[in-house]
Design a protein around this ligand. Structure first.
Ligand code: NAX
Length: 331
């Protein structure tokens, strides 16, 4: 196939502005022509005319047809890739109420993901890949997958940014380049309960945990630094991570479009099939590999220490409580 249709929601947001041009730059999808459909809520959809102009003015030989709409069903038709970035953020006033609680956020965004999931199931390519970035990403993706009900479609939630953050901290600690770090797994939820796994992370076939040999640093510096990095960026920038989030979304697409090199894996959340004793159906951060036929599988042969298991269990519990909070949205 030399054309690919990519649908992006939240296209007028800050991640969208950094993400969208790089979907058509000839790198992310190689030499394929990218047909792009950008989706926004009705109040801001017209602003996308400006982004269309900029895309046209940017000299992208791989740019195919560009459209924008607030009608997701129309956008979903024959979509091969869906980047679901749009969601209602915490702190905004929605239908007269300030959204502060995670449970309110789950309810509002959950409703959006039921509609989008149904449309992707009905109108999207039966082999579509869907990456949910909008928070709470794992549970939104679980709701979307459930509503779509098409087993051949692959639903993922983004944890690549957490994995890239962890690589950066470990590269600094060990004096290596970020690209030397393999198997950087984020287990669990994309939230402060995530577990970035230093024991299975490798440089030149050596466990980084053995290289660092300092569990006090792991527990009291490494883990909180990765888990709280999103907040640190907000505190410093006055806005949440955007360019790094966009890069992580692109890296996830690339990881899902190209076979994973032997011995490595990448991070994203996918529906559990019971692997690593994670309750079935939870959208959980796992080590993933892309096979030669483009399908995505959980890498199943890793060992979790007792330390790792205890940390991972905290995040699994949180995912279960999120599932409980949205159970009325699941069929
Ligand atoms: P912005 O508020 O700048 O943009 C979000 C855009 O989504 C807005 O333009 C809004 O109008 C649109 N939108 C809302 N509901 C929509 C719907 N139903 N259909 C289409 N568009 C809709 O946020 P931005 O900084 O771009 O972040 C987007 C999302 O990414 C947020 O939910 C954020 O929490 C999440 N993040 C997830 C990360 C991850 O690693 N999984 C990291 C970065 C980021 O925090």
């Amino acid at each position: 196939m030399n054309r690919i249709k990519v649908v992006v929601t939240g296209a007028a947001g800050q991640i969208g502005y950094s993400l969208i041009p790089r979907l058509v730059d000839g790198h992310t999808f190689g030499d394929k022509i990218v047909d792009l459909t950008m989706v926004e809520i009705p109040q801001v959809v017209d602003k996308l005319e400006g982004l269309v102009m900029e895309l046209e003015d940017s000299y992208f030989p791989n740019l195919g047809e560009v459209k924008y709409t607030s009608n997701f069903e129309e956008a979903a038709k024959d979509g091969d890739w869906f980047l679901l970035v749009g969601s209602i953020p915490r702190g905004i006033v929605y239908e007269g109420k300030k959204i502060e609680e995670r449970s309110d956020l789950l309810k509002i965004n959950g409703g959006i993901f039921v509609e989008q999931g149904q449309a992707i199931g009905e109108f999207g390519n039966p082999n579509a890949k869907i990456l949910v970035v909008g928070n709470p990403a794992n549970t939104n993706a679980m709701i979307g997958k459930n509503a779509a009900g098409v087993d051949t479609q692959t639903w993922l939630a983004m944890t690549m940014l957490d994995s890239s953050r962890a690589k950066s901290v470990l590269a600094n600690k060990t004096g290596h380049n970020v690209s030397d770090i393999k198997n950087m797994i984020i287990w669990g939820n994309h939230s402060p309960t995530m577990y970035p796994d230093i024991e299975n992370a490798m440089i030149d076939d050596k466990s980084i945990s053995t290289m660092v040999n300092d569990m006090d640093w792991v527990e009291n510096t490494f883990l909180p630094k990765v888990q709280q990095r999103g907040k640190a960026v907000i505190d410093a920038r006055g806005a949440s991570s955007a360019t790094s989030a966009a890069k992580a979304a692109l890296d996830t697409v690339i990881a899902c479009e190209n076979p994973t090199e032997g011995g490595n894996c990448f991070s994203a959340a996918i529906a559990s099939d019971g692997s690593y004793d994670v309750p079935e159906g939870l959208m959980c951060g796992f080590p993933l590999i892309c096979l030669n036929d483009g399908s995505i599988e959980i890498k199943r042969d890793l060992v979790l220490s007792e330390f790792a298991r205890n940390k991972f269990n905290i995040s699994i519990k949180e995912l279960e409580s999120e599932r409980e909070a949205v159970k009325h949205l699941l069929k």
